[in-house]
Design a binder for this molecule. Structure first.
Ligand SMILES: Cc1cc2nc3c(=O)[nH]c(=O)nc-3n(C[C@H](O)[C@H](O)[C@H](O)COP(=O)(O)OP(=O)(O)OC[C@H]3O[C@@H](n4cnc5c(N)ncnc54)[C@H](O)[C@@H]3O)c2cc1C
Length: 307
């Protein structure tokens, strides 16, 4: 039986949706299967770098990302204990090398939603939510995936499959592709607060604080309501339990240590993330390709000694 020309994409995160848009713009019929009911808006990627903006410009998305995010020309490194400014980097130095000499602070779910808006207008592009890719079989001239939905299991055949289903990729596991590397013992606590660190302390939109006891990163985001929010990232201690890291007392203590103030912090989101450094053995097997976190997850180039 001839395989349909369609390209399937497992995973409707930023990589899956942007890949679908790129393929649809080239005239391919695409179907995205997203396991969840809607785009995951948990706080994750916020910073879109110049090279990514160039890629998005090629898909007609850069202007909207810039409009929906905060443009950050500078980023700073500080010594956390003293608050001293160690270095300030200016993206303007890249003018001439890129049309985007800045980064844009734009939450990744906004990028995924922008791609969805475009895909909705394109014939041949289909997005199926609450549809989890459970099995993948290579077939002559194509692939066959089994998709789980509320109505049961369904087989879908296509010419190619892109596995953009995140770090725990089912597609990668179905193909038996190894994902060697390591996972850091410490995790990241990500706290989001409406507190205005820029107004109170004069920080810029991207700040990195070094400290042998507990480093921190602070980013400014627009938030869904456009009123602005601060996102602070800390490492946990290796042995720290989730209840401790995410409980009210632990969260408040961490934020007060970072920036003491008289009133308690209002915290809009609190999340804990594992941090990995892994690369798939291969990004392609036959007619199946891996993209995004399914293919590689990384945080730092060097091993980092946890506290
Ligand atoms: C705290 C934090 C901060 C970060 N900051 C940045 C940053 O500033 N800049 C940056 O570039 N990156 C950042 N990252 C990394 C960034 O979030 C990831 O690289 C990005 O989410 C990868 O996108 P993705 O689409 O490949 O995977 P994901 O975003 O994980 O999306 C995968 C999608 O696939 C779906 N899915 C899973 N399994 C299946 C299945 N079997 N069938 C169908 N669907 C499935 C999931 O529901 C999900 O929607 C950060 C990450 C974290 C945790």
């Amino acid at each position: 039986m001839a395989m349909p020309d369609r390209i399937l994409i497992a995973g409707g995160g930023p990589v899956g949706m942007v890949t679908a848009l790129a393929l649809a713009r080239r005239g391919y019929a695409v179907t995205v299967f997203e396991a969840e009911a809607c785009v995951n808006d948990a706080p994750r990627a916020a910073t879109t770098h110049p090279v990514t903006l160039e890629l998005l410009a090629g898909l007609g998305l850069a202007d909207d990302v810039i409009r929906r995010g905060l443009t950050a020309r500078h980023f700073q490194f500080r010594d956390r204990p003293s608050g001293e400014l160690i270095a300030e980097f200016d993206h303007e130095r890249l003018r001439g090398d890129t049309p985007f000499p800045f980064v844009v602070q734009c939450e990744q779910h906004k990028l995924a939603r922008l791609a969805i808006e475009r895909l909705a207008l394109m014939p041949g592009a289909e997005i199926r939510c609450s549809a989890r890719v459970a099995e993948v079989e290579e077939r002559p001239g194509g692939v066959e995936v089994t998709v789980e939905t509320a109505r049961g299991r369904e087989s879908v055949r296509a010419a190619f499959l892109v596995g953009a289903d995140g770090g725990r990729s089912t597609v990668r596991k179905c193909l038996g592709i190894e994902f060697p590397g390591y996972t850091f013992p410490a995790r990241f606590v990500v706290l989001t607060t409406p507190f205005d660190f820029e107004a109170e302390r004069g920080y810029c939109y991207r700040n990195y604080f070094s400290d042998p006891a507990e480093w921190a990163n602070l980013f400014k985001l627009e938030g869904d309501d456009g009123r602005g929010q601060g996102r602070v990232v800390f490492p946990t201690r290796s042995e720290e339990r989730e209840e401790e890291a995410l409980g009210d007392a632990g969260v408040e203590a961490r934020l007060q240590r970072f920036f003491p103030k008289r009133t308690p912090y209002e915290v809009a989101h609190r999340n804990l993330y594992r941090v990995h450094q892994r690369v798939a053995q291969t990004f392609r097997r036959g007619r199946v390709l891996l993209a995004g976190d399914a293919a590689h997850v990384n945080n730092r180039k060097r091993r980092w000694t946890p506290m």
